[in-house]
Design a protein around this ligand. Structure first.
Ligand code: UT7
Length: 334
């Protein structure tokens, strides 16, 4: 017999209540990168916008960085950790298949009533997690959700590979998502094109490394031009669709916070969306490099801290990367 079951129902709006981030203290200059690859400070700055990046200490883990960012976001939210219903941690650099990094963070921050899980959507991971967290709250499954984007990419880059060594870096950012009378997280526009899985991949699997061997420990590889082309052509459409879905126009934005992949990609998106000069544009890549799932919350925290973007303002977020996958949404800034 088919029985109608009770389901959670709710009509609450949601918003990002707070943000917190963590930047490892060690600054790595382009000059240092160029001791390992045939490149120059000028080339790296001109082609990517990166002046310097941060690397975590050898004994500093994804979980350590995530915990610090999470504690800062929780403190700023004024909500006690026991009230969290879920911890979603977006990362591709936690070095254990199991248990998840999210479970360790949940324990360390004292989120004793929360479920937890890791989410693997590369540089789109933060935007994916924000969308899921918002729906968990909207459906009444959770009252508060912690979202963390964190990466220690310095562990997974071949520092002698000049197509990736200068780009990727380390850091963490976190937000708390909860109910709001005024809806503050627009519908997500997201997608996936697995036919381009080789555009950003690993040199080999860990099983092959164990069984077949190889000179280089499994490391990230990237077809930079392919990803660049896809990002500038397809991401402007996704970004515009997110604005349309939220029911706003580009001139109503206070800030544009795209994944910090390359300042030239950001420039192309700003042009394609015809963003007016009144919209503050995130350029955190200049001093942080590309921190994948961490780049959007890191940039958000910096823009709010500096006053570049207003608390309570409206921001367009878009993450994109390995998969290839992407996700965009408009949010009210905490
Ligand atoms: O976060 C996930 C998503 N990732 C992205 O969105 C990254 C997208 N891609 C990019 O940001 C860019 O493709 C890169 C920054 C990675 C590379 O910039 P590019 O303008 O696409 O460089 P290119 O690969 O087209 O290479 C241009 C030239 C080539 O020389 P020739 O053939 O013109 O003589 C390369 O050999 O630059 C050379 N080159 C370098 N030169 C100095 C390539 N890498 C380097 C290097 N230093 N590190």
């Amino acid at each position: 017999m088919t029985i109608a079951l009770a389901q959670t129902t709710s009509t609450v709006g949601t918003r990002i209540l707070s943000v917190g981030s963590y930047r490892p203290p060690r600054i790595v200059t382009n000059a240092e990168i160029c001791t390992r690859i045939d490149s120059t400070d000028e080339w790296i700055q001109e082609r990517s916008g990166i002046v310097e990046r941060r690397w975590a200490a050898p004994d500093e883990s994804v979980v350590d960085m995530a915990t610090t960012a999470a504690e800062r976001a929780m403190a700023a939210s004024g909500i006690s950790a026991e009230k969290l219903g879920m911890v979603i941690l977006a990362t591709v650099t936690h070095p254990y298949v199991t248990p998840s990094a999210a479970a360790e963070v949940q324990d360390r921050i004292g989120a004793s009533n929360a479920a937890s899980m890791d989410l693997s959507a590369a540089c789109a991971g933060f935007s994916y997690a924000v969308a899921l967290a918002s729906d968990l709250v909207r459906c009444g499954t959770c009252t508060y959700v912690l979202v963390v984007g964190v990466e220690k990419l310095s562990d997974w880059v071949d520092h002698d590979d000049r197509s990736t060594a200068f780009i990727f870096a380390d850091g963490a950012g976190a937000v708390v998502i909860g109910p709001s009378d005024i809806p503050g997280i627009g519908p997500v526009v997201w997608g996936s094109d697995g036919s381009q899985k080789d555009a950003i991949n690993m040199t080999q699997s860990f099983i092959d490394y164990r069984d077949v061997g190889g000179e280089v420990f499994p490391a990230l590889t990237m077809q930079g031009q392919q990803v660049f082309r896809w990002a500038v052509t397809e991401m402007s459409k996704a970004a515009q669709a997110a604005l349309d879905a939220a029911g706003i126009t580009a001139d109503q934005l206070d800030a544009f916070i795209p994944h910090q992949a390359n300042n030239r990609i950001t420039d192309a998106l700003v042009r394609a969306l015809a963003l007016p000069d009144t919209v503050a544009v995130a350029r955190d890549i200049t001093h942080m490099g590309n921190t994948s799932a961490a780049s959007i919350p890191l940039a958000m925290d910096a823009m709010l801290e500096s006053g570049e973007a207003p608390h309570g303002g409206t921001a367009l977020l878009i993450g994109f990367g390995a998969g290839l996958v992407f996700a965009a949404q408009v949010v009210t800034l905490p």
